[in-house]
Design a protein around this ligand. Sequence first.
Ligand SMILES: [Zn+2]
Length: 355
Amino acid sequence: MKFKNCFCDLSYISFFRRGPLILRLVLVCAVAAYFPLAALPLYAPLGTASGALGIALRSRLFPHNADMGGMETIYEEHDGGVFAQNASYKTEGEGEASALAAGGVLEPEEFSVSTPLIFFAHTLERGDMIGNLAIKYGLNEGTLISLNGIRNTRAIQAGRALKIPNQDGVMHKVAKGETLESIAKQYNVKPEPLVSANELFGEKINAGTTVFVPGAKMNEAALQEINGDLFIRPIRGRFTSAYGWRRSPITGARSFHRGIDLAAPTGTPIGAGMAGRVTSVGYSPVFGNYVIISHHSNYRTLYAHMSSVRTRTGAYVSTGQTVGYVGNTGQSTGPHLHFEVYKNGVTVNPLQLMH
Ligand SMILES: [Zn+2]
C-alpha cells in the first residue's frame, strides 16, 4: 500500500523506456526487487520476463517479507501469471494470521523450529478436561500438564488459569552438569530450538533453573501416573445407584444421592479408595457404621452401612487397605457400600475419579 504514495509521479517510466535494453533490464530488476509496485508500469515495455525476474530476485532477497498487504489484488489485475506465486504466498500468510488470531499454533515448519515460547491463559471451566483442552489447542496433553505443573489431571479445578503455550514441549529442571546439548539429547530433540524458545542467547544455563524443551514429550510413565485414576473402587460390587438426584428407595421422595452404591455380600472387605488418614469412625441412623478418610488435595471419602469397622480414628491407611466390611446398617435396603467423595467439603461424583 505504502508504495502507491511514493511513486504517484510516474515520470520515471519514460526515462526507463529510452535507455539501452540491457540497462533497462538491470534497472527494472533492481526496482522490482525493492519496489515491485513501482516496477509494475515498466513491465509492459520490457516484457513479462523481466518483471518475473525482478520478482524472483525480490523473493530471494526478502523470502520472509510478510509486508505484502494489499499488493496481490493489484498484481492480479495487471498480470495474474507472473504474480501467481506471490498470491499463494499471501494466502499462506493469511492462514498464519488467522491461526494466531484464533489462538492457534503456527503450522509451517519454519516457525515451529525456532519460536520463542509464548503462551496465553485459559481459565478452567467446570467440566474442562486436560485431554480435551489439548485437542482444542492442538497440543500434546503432556505439554499442558508439564507447563502447568499439574500433578493430577482429575484434580484440576474450575477457575484456575492454565498456561496454553504456542508450541509443544515440556519443562525441564536443569541438573548440575547439564548442557543444552545434553538436555536436547535426553528428549531426542535438536538443541537450537531450546535456545530460541528460552531466549538463551548466551547459551549458558544454570543448574536449578527450568527450561522449556520444545518438541519434547513427557515421559509416558509420568504421564500415566498424573493421568491415573485418583481412587480405586473400594469393593468389586455391583453398581446399584448413581450419584445425583433420584427417588429415595426408603421414603420415595426425590432426594440427592451424594454418593454411589455398590452392592456386595455382607462381610465383603472394603478397601480405602486412596491412601489417607482416618478422621472419623462412628455410627449414625442414616449411614450406620461409617468411616471417613481424609486424603491429599482436600479430598475425603466416606464409607457407609458397614457391618463392622476395621480401623480407628487417626489411623493412616494405604490405598486398598481394609477399613471395614459391607453391611446393611443404618438406612439401607440390603447389604451394600454407600461411597461418597468430598472435594473441599463438597460431594463430587466418585465415578469421575476412579476406574
Ligand atoms: Zn447410597
